[in-house]
Design a protein around this ligand. Structure first.
Ligand code: KDO
Length: 329
């Protein structure tokens, strides 16, 4: 009789633990971004969420907060480090504020194209730089996404051929030293402004222009308040889909694997859509009445590359890193 009791007690415990593990609260993952809903990197977050729901049903509760409604642009890394935010898409410029070596990836005309970007970050170089972020910032980079190639988008229709033509042009840049340096290196008068204020800034004339990849110019409708796009191709831009290490380390190894896989699926989706869009959007903007043309790109490349190599940023770059990045084929 007592055996029966023990057996039924054991069964009961088993049933209980099965129930409780099934009913365990899903891991809450809050993501914050300044991106607007129709831009590819915002959609990429939905792909990430859907993919996790497929591979780990009920295990995660992913909450996506767009338009910088949860945290201001550029404050996401600090929010993750304080334990207030689980995920974000951070930029090299954000990282460079805390890890100066990372400013190498804020340099104009270094990464050649999206394929080069992917290969650099998948190589030992990328692994070394990701480790710095994990060790020094407590942030786990899951994958790199292609944000697009940044172009100039101006409210005036003055023809721009060389950096000298940008003299006195108030070019909006995101608010950090690395971004402002790029704007000034292009020959403009760099003016800091948060992403969410750019449309109104262009409309009211507090800024003369902004720079962003073409898909973003379309998504935010900057073409409604500007007259031209100058195809400088000055920065092959990246965003790093990242998770706070505290959140990441609390996951089981199976969950970590699923998060990594979902990130890879999401960035692949973003990259494919964005690259296709960049090819077709010139015609779209022309149809909207904008002038779209290439300036003397070699003149911009020379001015910008020289500015970076002579800058204080370059003193913090690991020895030989520019050559190593250039050598990735
Ligand atoms: C921008 O503010 O111009 C920028 O493109 C900078 C990027 O690093 C990134 O923050 C992006 O905005 C936002 O995700 C909005 O698209």
């Amino acid at each position: 009789r007592s055996l029966v009791k023990i057996a039924s007690a054991a069964l009961c415990t088993l049933a209980l633990s099965a129930t409780s593990s099934f009913a365990a609260d899903p891991v809450k993952v809050r993501i914050s971004t300044p991106a607007v809903e129709s831009d590819w990197h915002a959609k990429m977050l939905t792909v990430f969420k859907d993919e996790l729901e497929k591979t780990a049903p009920g295990e995660f509760d992913v909450e996506i907060h767009l338009n910088a409604s949860l945290f201001k642009q550029g404050t996401e890394p600090a929010a993750m480090q304080r334990g207030n935010l689980d995920m974000a898409m951070i930029s090299a410029q954000d990282i460079a504020k805390q890890i100066p070596a990372w400013s190498v990836f804020t340099a104009g005309y270094l990464i050649r194209d999206p394929d080069h970007q992917k290969k650099v970050f998948n190589s030992d170089i990328g692994q070394k730089f990701y480790k710095m972020v994990a060790d020094d910032m407590n942030i786990e980079i899951l994958d790199v996404g292609y944000l697009g190639t940044r172009e100039l988008n101006l409210a005036s229709d003055k023809k721009i051929t060389t950096p000298d033509d940008l003299d006195g042009v108030k070019l909006r840049m995101p608010g950090s030293d690395a971004w402002l340096f790029l704007g000034n290196a292009l020959g403009a008068d760099a003016t800091p402004l948060a992403f969410g204020e750019v449309y109104t800034g262009l409309q009211t004339g507090t800024i003369d222009g902004q720079d962003n990849p073409l898909p973003t110019v379309k998504a935010v409708k900057f073409y409604e308040v500007t007259k031209q796009i100058v195809l400088t191709d000055h920065l092959v831009d990246a965003i790093f889909l990242s998770m706070a290490k505290g959140t990441y380390d609390d996951l089981s190894s199976e969950q970590q694997e699923k998060v990594q896989e979902a990130a890879a699926v999401a960035t692949a989706y973003n990259n494919e859509k964005r690259i296709a869009d960049e090819k077709s959007l010139v015609d779209f903007f022309k149809g909207e009445g904008l002038k779209v043309y290439a300036p003397d790109v070699a003149a911009f490349r020379k001015k910008v590359q020289d500015a970076y190599l002579e800058s204080e940023f370059a003193q913090d770059w690991p020895d030989g890193i520019v050559d190593q990045i250039n050598a990735v084929k």
